[in-house]
Design a protein around this ligand. Structure first.
Ligand code: COA
Length: 268
């Protein structure tokens, strides 16, 4: 049998983007390396997030991993030879990609199917909330390698679970299971492995029936309000509440309720 020429084998796409009805689905696709995040994967992720941002039909995003990991962290083999300057560049790339994910107007759900370690845990934290498989393992094991989290873990983990748990997870460097993640508020819900993706897609699909302007405004106010003092946060909410009344969707939503029918939102 003639060997297949290497050039005919298409390179594996490190991040897959598909639409499941109104839900955008991004899948990390380096299962042979437990979806470890190297430069190509992070750059592709950033590009795919840009595509999702430009897809007017996508009303929620689900992010998951192919195989037995969500992502087992930054790619250690690639990082091994990094100088401090290269490491800084790599950290900025990860931060940029995860900030783009966090800034998406639509709700984002991390469907953590397995290991979410290091950069994988930080990626899940850049999503609005996390659904976990009962098989999921979360952790920031960087100290085991002599480094610190580099893709936003120190700040996003503190905000999600509080400073004491964040310190234990980062400083002890030991993984936690899905039940502990649920208990400390890192994961919102835990599912049997085969139920995880359907549940995440269903949650995203349910959001597609809501007023998209209102969903985006509420997300924005929560995020900006979290970074502000309470007076500014309250003012942001008052402005968003008033602005919603100028939308056609608001008129439709209230009319539909009073007329006992389902609303038809147009995002205007
Ligand atoms: N970077 C690069 N490659 C990684 C990786 C990472 N972060 N995590 C796993 N891999 C690779 C392994 O090197 C292995 O490759 P190989 O088959 O070519 O040897 C493959 O993925 C499978 O991993 P393996 O370690 O054999 O699986 P396991 O089930 O025994 O262990 C983990 C799974 C997640 C516990 C283990 O892979 C691990 O500890 N990974 C590193 C986690 C980490 O420290 N992340 C933070 C990085 S900053």
């Amino acid at each position: 049998m003639r060997p297949i020429a290497r050039a005919n084998v298409p390179p594996m796409e490190p991040v897959l983007f598909e639409r499941r009805d109104a839900v955008a689905l991004l899948t990390l696709n380096r299962p042979q390396a437990l979806n470890a995040l190297d430069v190509a994967t992070l750059e592709t992720l950033e590009a795919r997030i840009g595509e999702v941002a430009g897809d007017a039909g996508a009303r929620a995003l689900v992010l998951t991993g192919e195989g037995r990991a969500f992502a087992a962290g930054a790619d250690i083999a690639a990082m091994r030879a990094f100088s401090a300057a290269q490491a800084g560049e790599f950290s900025r790339l990860g931060h940029r990609a995860f900030a783009a994910l966090e800034a998406l107007a639509i709700p984002t759900i991390a469907a953590v199917n397995g290991y979410a370690l290091g950069g994988g845990c930080e990626l899940a934290l850049a999503c609005d909330w996390i659904y976990a498989s009962a098989r999921a393992r979360f952790g920031q094991p960087e100290v085991n390698l002599g480094i610190v989290p580099g893709f936003g873990g120190t700040s996003r983990l503190v905000r999600r679970v509080g400073v004491a748990w964040a310190k234990e997870i980062v400083l002890a460097g030991e993984p936690i299971d899905a039940e502990v993640a649920l208990r400390i508020g890192l994961a919102n819900r835990v599912f049997a492995p085969e139920e995880l993706l359907p549940a995440a897609l269903a949650a995203g699909g349910a959001i597609a029936a809501k007023g998209p302007l209102a969903v985006a405004a509420a997300k924005r106010v929560i995020q900006h309000g979290q970074d502000a003092d309470s007076r500014v946060a309250h003012a942001l909410e008052q402005e968003a509440f008033a602005a919603a009344f100028a939308s056609e969707d608001r008129a439709e939503g209230m009319a539909a309720f009073l007329e006992k029918r389902a609303p038809v939102f147009k995002g205007r």
